[in-house]
Design a protein around this ligand. Structure first.
Ligand code: SAM
Length: 196
């Protein structure tokens, strides 16, 4: 049995640590990456760390509070110079980011500790996913954490699932990863790799 108390082993409780595990295997120094939903900046910080001094990260959030908190977190870690933070919707991704990028990360829903009425929405999420796929380099991945249990989360899940189901399997490898011991409405992870 695996001992998850070891600091070198990630406790895979929920989709976010699973997404982080993928980030560690897909990103290395010099890569370009996007955090499509900065929130409190935890994910942006990890991306900035993994791409190294030669890489670059673009971070999006519509809330000033999220951009400020993410900026503070990056500055504290001395990594602010490798990140471009944009207070903008991720549906404008292709206006700000020129590909190719290795990873685009989405952590959907609302800002933890913030206004729960400001949430990601099906139509803007889908627009951002379409743009992200175009920006990905071959072999690169989209990682999307979905929260069907949130208010509006079921509609967003349905939109994202429909988009993912329509992807061409010759050009994309698409995965859905959910824990088996949780409710069907629990958060889960979607991974889409651009194969060609
Ligand atoms: C679950 S939080 C992200 C958590 C974050 N990744 C972290 O590490 O703390 C979702 C974020 O998406 C943001 N958001 C909502 N709609 C958005 C949009 N259209 N474009 C970019 N960000 C958006 C919210 O403001 C919120 O901060």
């Amino acid at each position: 049995m695996t001992d998850c108390s070891s600091p070198s082993i990630t406790a895979l409780r929920g989709p976010v640590p699973l997404a982080h595990l993928f980030l560690h295997s897909f990103l290395s120094t010099g890569h370009h990456a996007v955090d499509a939903t900065c929130g409190n900046g935890h994910d942006t910080l990890l991306l900035a760390h993994l791409v190294g001094s030669g890489g670059h990260v673009w971070g999006f959030d519509i809330q000033a509070q999220a951009i400020a908190e993410t900026g503070r977190r990056l500055a504290d870690a001395g990594l602010a110079d490798r990140v471009t933070l944009l207070q903008a919707g991720h549906e404008e991704l292709d206006r700000h980011v020129t590909g190719p990028v290795r990873v685009v990360l989405f952590n959907l829903g609302y800002l933890p500790g913030g206004d729960r009425n400001v949430v990601t929405r099906p139509s803007t999420t889908e627009a951002a996913l379409v743009q992200s796929l175009h920006l990905l380099e071959t072999g690169g991945v989209l990682l999307v954490t979905l929260y069907p249990g949130h208010s509006g989360g079921t509609e967003e899940r349905d939109t994202v699932e429909e988009w993912a189901a329509g992807l061409d399997p010759r050009t994309c490898h698409s995965w859905r990863m959910a824990q088996t011991t949780v409710a069907p409405s629990a958060p889960y992870l979607l991974l889409v790799q651009r194969a060609s």
